[in-house]
Design a protein around this ligand. Structure first.
Ligand code: ADP
Length: 470
């Protein structure tokens, strides 16, 4: 399997090679063609000049005698070689003085530029490439000809210095192309490294997290997608860490909760077996009560774990919440009377139908009522009310359980819905509380699409409200 860095580098290399190669090739072609156009323009002017000067010469002298000097002057600094023949093709002047007296046919010269004077053919002149002059026979080399409409031969002769200039320009294009390519590759490598480095770091950290090291975090080095990925990873690791901590805490809490009743049961049974205690009603009741605590704890734990994992199956039906509240009030009223706590209800006469699970709604209300009774001393009062209420623009019902009991310290109030959270731990446990009641209430109301919240003043009392949508 190719590593990502090799893939990016390969793609980069290919792109650079292709773009630099194509651009340099196109630039070379363009330069050469523009250069040729430029030469053609210059040469056409030169040829026209030569043609008109020679025409004037012939007009004046009516012969080509002594034309050589003029021809040399005409060639001037232009490269190549000028040849002049008379109308019959006999070479009468040659800037290199080699072919004078010979016929143009001997050298296969064709496409000569015509010199006409008053409609009479006076001769032809030829402009040959410089290389032909060197060899004396290869005059065709290094010259290109094209016939234009006027009948003049516009010859493209690229002289040696011009060819050198063209080569130089082409070389420069290639060199700058290669340099640009190298710079692009260098930058690309730098960029690849910047992408690969955080990915590798992320990969290493992910392996650590997979091994259970949830405290692992990665450094967020940029504000781009890789930075966002690093942030998401850190969030994920943090929530895994929190989950792991709460799982460990939960296990410790469960072990702790199970130990107390089990210790009591074991101690009592041991005492009976050792003959220290009588196997009488008192000791057997202790064992029965602690067993009941264990059973309740296990049932609460099961409810909570089902609710938290979203597997709590609600038997949703159209239920009259007013009827449920009334029934719960009458059930708690007996216990309240025993404790000399008065119970006041404010429940509408008519029915109030919502969609919900009657068993769970009974459980929510019973939990809140038994808490209120447990934390209200004799002479106190519990008020149970039901009213219609909009919550976040949604219509629903609100049930309130208010007491004027001991209240909850402000520091504990935000945590009372947490699992196993008790305000006064030792006393609450001795009173049978497991610290799961309110956690269950919260899970159950939320499973119904509702909310629960508490208000409390220490020493004055507490009010627990839950709202359910209609
Ligand atoms: P428990 O089963 O121990 O009562 P809960 O989850 O029902 O656990 O309650 C958590 C804690 O909240 C309790 O330990 C108790 O101190 C406090 N609490 C609950 N209801 C009341 C109330 N009406 N008045 C005062 N404190 C309360």
């Amino acid at each position: 399997m190719f590593r990502l860095s090799y893939k990016i580098f390969g793609a980069l290399l290919l792109t650079v090679l292709l773009s630099v190669g194509l651009t340099s090739f196109a630039a070379n072609q363009l330069t050469a063609s523009q250069f040729r156009q430029y030469i053609i323009r210059g040469n056409t002017e030169f040829i026209t000049g030569v043609e008109s000067t020679l025409g004037m010469y012939y007009t004046r002298y009516q012969s080509w005698d002594n034309v050589s000097t003029i021809l040399v002057q005409l060639l001037g600094s232009n490269g190549g070689r000028l040849l002049l023949s008379d109308a019959g093709g006999l070479i009468v002047a040659d800037t290199q003085n080699k072919w004078v007296g010979h016929l143009t046919d001997e050298y296969n010269l064709s496409d000569g530029n015509t010199i006409s004077v008053s409609g009479t053919l006076a001769g032809y002149f030829y402009w040959l490439g410089s290389e032909s002059s060197a060899s004396g026979s290869g005059y065709g080399k290094g010259m290109h000809s094209s016939q234009n409409n006027t009948g003049n031969s516009a010859i493209t002769i690229i002289t040696e210095p011009q060819q050198q200039l063209l080569d130089e320009m082409n070389r420069s294009v290639w060199i700058s192309g290669i340099l640009a390519g190298l710079a692009a590759l260098g930058l690309g490598l730098l960029l690849t490294n910047q992408i690969i480095r955080p990915i590798n770091a992320l990969n290493r950290s992910a392996r650590q997290v997979a091994r259970g090291k949830f405290s692992q975090r990665v450094k967020v080095e940029s504000r781009d997608e890789l930075g966002e990925l690093a942030e998401s990873f850190n969030h994920m690791a943090k929530s895994l860490e929190t989950n792991e901590q709460s799982r460990q805490r939960l296990l410790a809490d469960i072990a702790h909760e199970l130990r107390t009743p089990l210790t009591v049961i074991e101690g009592t049974v041991d005492g009976i077996l050792d003959g220290v205690f009588e196997a009488d009603t008192r000791h057997l009741t202790t064992i029965k009560e602690e067993s009941a605590t264990l059973t309740r704890l296990i049932k609460d734990l099961r409810d909570i774990s089902l609710a938290e994992s979203g597997k709590l199956k609600l038997e949703i039906a159209q239920v009259d919440i007013a009827e449920i509240i009334r029934r719960q009030a009458s059930q708690i009223s007996i216990l309240a009377k025993d404790k000399s706590v008065s119970l006041v209800t404010d429940i509408p006469e008519n029915s109030s139908v919502i969609s919900g699970d009657a068993t769970r709604l009974n459980q929510i209300t019973a939990n809140l009522l038994s808490n209120a009774l447990r934390h209200t001393s004799a002479g106190g009062q519990i008020t149970l009310s039901l009213k219609n209420m909009l919550y976040k623009d949604k219509s629903g019902v609100m049930v309130s359980v208010a007491d004027n009991g001991e209240g909850i310290p402000p520091a504990d109030l935000p945590h009372i819905f947490d699992r196993f959270y008790r305000v006064a731990t030792s006393r609450a446990r001795s009173e049978g509380g497991s610290g799961l009641g309110l956690a269950i209430v919260k899970e159950m109301t939320e499973a119904h699409g509702g909310y629960v919240w508490a208000e409390s003043l220490l020493g004055k009392g507490s009010t627990f409200n839950y709202w359910l949508p209609r």
